[in-house]
Design a binder for this molecule. Structure first.
Ligand code: MEV
Length: 438
C-alpha cells in the first residue's frame, strides 16, 4: 500500500527518487534506471531543467521535428514542432509544400490586446462606486508605474481600466476590467503584478473615500488575475488558389475537391461533435509550435476553445469559400504568445527554435503559429474528404508498431518497404514480422 510523506519537496533529488521507487515500484532498481536514463549528462543543463518546476525527478522527452517549406508573406520558414503524434509533422510538411507552389500563406495580426480583471464585492450604492472609481483611476495607474516602466518605454503597458457592474450575474459583484499591451512578452507576470497592485490601491483608497459609508468602505477583493480569453489578441491566416489548382492529379477535379472541402468545413461550422475534432486537428499544429517555442499551450488551448464558442455554440475555427473561381481557406484565431521572458530565454531548445524562426517578434510568432494550425487543418480535411486519414496515419504509425514489437533495423527497413504498397494494420504488421522471423 502506498503511503503519504511529509516534507517531500525538501528532500534531495536522489532521496526523492529513492522514496518514489521504493514506494511505488516492484522493481525499484529498474525504475531508477529508467529515470536516470533520461537525465542529461551535462550537470548545468540538468540543473536548469530541475529548477523549472518543483520535485523534478527526471526529464520527459518529446520529439522535436521540423516542417520546412512554409512560405509566409513571401518569407520561407522551417517550423519547429514538439509533438508525439506520428502524422502531424508529415502533414504540416505536405501542406507547406502544396501551398509553396500556390503562393504560400498570407497572414495579418488583427489586434494584440490582453485582458486582466480584479474581481471584487462592494455592498453599496453603484453611483458612489462610479464616483470613487473615476477619482481613484489615475492613482491606480500611478501606483503601477514601477511595474510598467520598462513596458511603457517600449510602447506597451496599461491601455484602459473599466469599472464593470456584474450584479445582474452575482449580487454585489464588480470588476476592474483592464486592457493591456504586452508587446513581445506573453505578459502573464506583468499583468498579474499590475492587477494585484490595483487591488491593493483600490481597497486602501476606498477606506479613505469620504462619500462611502463604513460598510461601503469595506471592498472585498475576491481575486486579481489575467484572462486567457483573448478575443482581441487575434491573428488571421489564409491561403487561396484558383479552384482548378487544388487538384494534384487527374483522379478528382479541383472543383470537386473544393466542394467537398467546403462541405467538410460547413459541417464543422454547425455540428459541435465534428467541430471539436476539426479544431483538435488545428491544435495539433498550433500546440506543437507553441510548445517548441516555450509558450504556454494550456493558455492557448483555453483561449482558442472559448473563442470557438463565442457565438453560443462550439464551431469551426476555419472557414472556406469559392468566389469567382478562387478557393480561399482561412482562420482567425486568438493567440497570446511571447518571444521574450518565461522559458524563451532559458531553455536552450526554445532559443534554438526561435532562432530557426528568424527570432520572431510576438506578432510574427502569432502568424507562424496560426499558419501551422491552418496547414494542419488543410492536410486533415484533404485526407478526410479523399482517401480517409487512416491510410496516412497508419503509415506513420507503422514505426510505433514495429518498435513495440522490438523490430531490428533490417526488419524495419524490409517492412517499411513492404507497407508502401500494403495496408497497415496491427495484425498485418505482426503477421509480416513473424513471417520475416521464421
Ligand atoms: C487527429 O489528431 C486529428 C484529426 O482527427 C483532425 C480532423 O479530424 O480534422 C485528423
Amino acid at each position: 500500500m502506498s503511503k503519504s510523506i511529509a516534507g517531500f519537496s525538501k528532500l534531495s533529488k536522489s532521496k526523492k527518487i529513492d522514496w518514489i521507487v521504493d514506494t511505488y515500484f516492484l522493481n525499484a532498481e529498474n525504475a531508477k534506471g529508467i529515470l536516470k536514463q533520461y537525465w542529461n549528462n551535462n550537470d548545468k543543463l540538468q540543473q536548469l531543467h530541475d529548477e523549472f518546476i518543483e520535485n523534478t525527478i527526471t526529464n520527459y522527452y518529446l520529439p522535436l521535428g521540423v516542417a520546412p517549406n512554409f512560405l509566409i508573406n513571401d518569407r520561407l520558414y522551417t517550423i519547429p514542432m514538439a509533438i508525439e503524434e506520428s502524422s502531424v509533422v508529415a502533414a504540416a510538411s505536405k501542406a507547406a509544400k502544396f501551398w509553396l507552389e500556390r503562393g504560400g500563406f498570407k497572414t495579418k495580426v488583427i489586434s494584440t490586446t490582453k485582458i486582466g480583471q480584479v474581481h471584487f464585492i462592494y455592498k453599496g450604492d453603484f453611483k458612489k462606486l462610479k464616483q470613487f472609481f473615476s477619482q481613484v483611476k489615475p492613482k491606480l495607474i500611478e501606483d503601477t508605474e514601477a511595474i510598467t516602466k520598462n513596458m511603457r518605454k517600449r510602447g506597451g503597458g496599461i491601455l484602459d481600466i473599466e469599472l464593470r457592474d456584474k450584479t445582474s450575474d452575482i449580487d454585489s459583484y464588480y470588476q476592474l476590467h483592464t486592457a493591456f499591451e504586452t508587446l513581445d512578452a506573453m505578459g502573464a507576470n506583468f499583468i498579474n503584478s499590475c492587477l494585484e497592485q490595483f487591488a491593493k490601491t483600490f481597497k486602501n483608497e476606498a477606506l479613505l473615500f469620504e462619500l462611502f459609508s463604513e460598510r461601503e468602505k469595506e471592498i472585498d477583493i475576491v481575486m486579481s488575475i489575467l484572462s486567457n480569453y483573448v478575443p482581441d489578441c487575434l491573428v488571421r491566416a489564409e491561403v487561396s488558389c484558383h479552384v482548378e489548382d487544388l487538384s494534384e492529379d487527374n483522379t478528382i477535379s479541383g472543383k470537386a475537391l473544393a466542394n467537398k472541402f467546403i462541405q467538410a468545413v460547413n459541417i464543422a461550422e454547425v455540428e459541435p461533435y465534428r467541430a471539436v475534432t476539426h479544431n483538435k486537428g488545428i491544435m495539433n499544429g498550433i500546440d506543437a509550435v507553441v510548445l517548441a517555442t516555450g509558450n504556454d499551450f494550456r493558455a492557448v488551448e483555453a483561449g482558442v476553445h472559448a473563442y470557438a464558442s463565442r457565438h453560443g455554440s462550439y464551431s469551426s475555427l476555419t472557414h472556406a469559400k469559392v468566389k469567382d473561381g478562387v478557393f480561399t481557406f482561412w482562420m482567425e484565431i486568438p493567440l497570446a504568445l511571447g518571444t521574450v521572458g518565461g522559458l524563451t530565454g532559458l531553455h536552450p531548445l526554445v532559443k534554438l527554435a526561435l532562432e530557426l524562426l528568424h527570432n520572431p517578434s510576438a506578432k510574427e510568432l502569432m502568424q507562424i503559429v496560426a499558419v501551422a494550425g491552418l496547414a494542419q487543418n488543410f492536410a486533415a480535411l484533404r485526407s478526410l474528404t479523399t482517401t480517409g486519414i487512416q491510410q496516412g496515419h497508419m503509415k506513420m504509425h507503422l514505426m510505433n508498431i514495429l518498435n513495440q514489437m522490438e523490430a531490428n533495423d533490417a526488419e524495419k527497413q524490409t517492412l517499411t518497404e513492404h507497407f508502401k504498397t500494403n495496408t497497415v494494420t496491427h495484425s498485418a504488421v505482426t503477421k509480416a514480422l513473424n513471417k520475416l522471423r521464421v
